[in-house]
Ligand binder design. Structure first.
Ligand SMILES: N[C@@H](CCC(=O)N[C@@H](CS)C(=O)NCC(=O)O)C(=O)O
Length: 205
């Protein structure tokens, strides 16, 4: 398997999940800072022009964080990255959908890639203010749903990897404080060997 990633992008959550599972995989660096993700060579692999993407050993490509996370978790049941109960599993997917479909684009991408959303330079402050306000609201929703010590309670699941990249972005790339439960979760994730290893590896690119 090959994970197409960019250092510090949302793909880091999947990188950590793959470390949790512990099976061999290859990393393929996509330099999004140089917009390599939008160049023909990468578009031929993933026409969406985004990371993450997972190339399976059968040559099929999977995209979208929640999809890849579910695939990885279900392919390695021994790692117990999903709850056994169907309703609880649905809650994990619900969280990943919310993060990847709403929170990431509206509360983070809108600020990180403000040039794509603002009418012109003068409009950027308005767009960033919108993203900030939205982000503060989303973080309160996530804080309210958080059970602790992990998102689903005692069990670490793929939902925690999705929460992690948001927490990391919030701390490192925004001026929004993390609410207390998410702040504690972020520290616990940073101490987790799978996350440490992913961050250390990505720092070498
Ligand atoms: N809906 C996608 C979003 C992926 C996404 O936006 N990835 C960002 C990195 S975090 C990216 O590739 N950005 C490059 C760009 O937009 O040019 C998912 O959940 O996987």
């Amino acid at each position: 398997m090959k994970l197409y990633f960019a250092p510090g992008a949302c793909s880091v959550g999947l990188h950590a999940i793959m470390n949790e599972i512990g099976k061999p995989f290859d990393l393929v660096f996509v330099n999004t800072k140089e917009a390599d993700n939008l160049k023909p060579a990468y578009l031929a692999i993933n026409p969406k022009g985004k990371v993450p993407a997972l190339l399976r050993d059968n040559g099929k490509l999977l995209t979208e964080f929640p999809t890849i996370a579910m695939y990885l978790a279900k392919s390695a049941p021994e790692a117990k990255l999903l709850p056994a109960d169907a309703g609880d599993e649905a809650e994990v997917l619900e969280l990943m959908d919310y993060i990847c479909g709403t929170v990431h684009p509206m509360g983070y991408t809108r600020e990180f890639r403000v040039g794509r959303f603002a009418k012109d330079k003068d409009d950027e402050a308005r767009v960033i203010a919108q993203a900030t306000e939205a982000r503060e609201g989303y973080l309160q929703v996530l804080e309210g749903a958080f059970k602790g010590p992990f998102y689903m309670g005692e069990q670490f699941t793929v939902a925690d990897a999705a929460l992690f990249f948001l927490e990391m972005w919030t701390v490192k790339r925004t001026s929004t404080p993390l609410p207390p439960k998410l702040a504690a979760h972020y520290q616990a994730m940073l101490a987790r060997p799978s996350v440490k290893k992913a961050l250390e590896t990505e720092a070498t690119y």
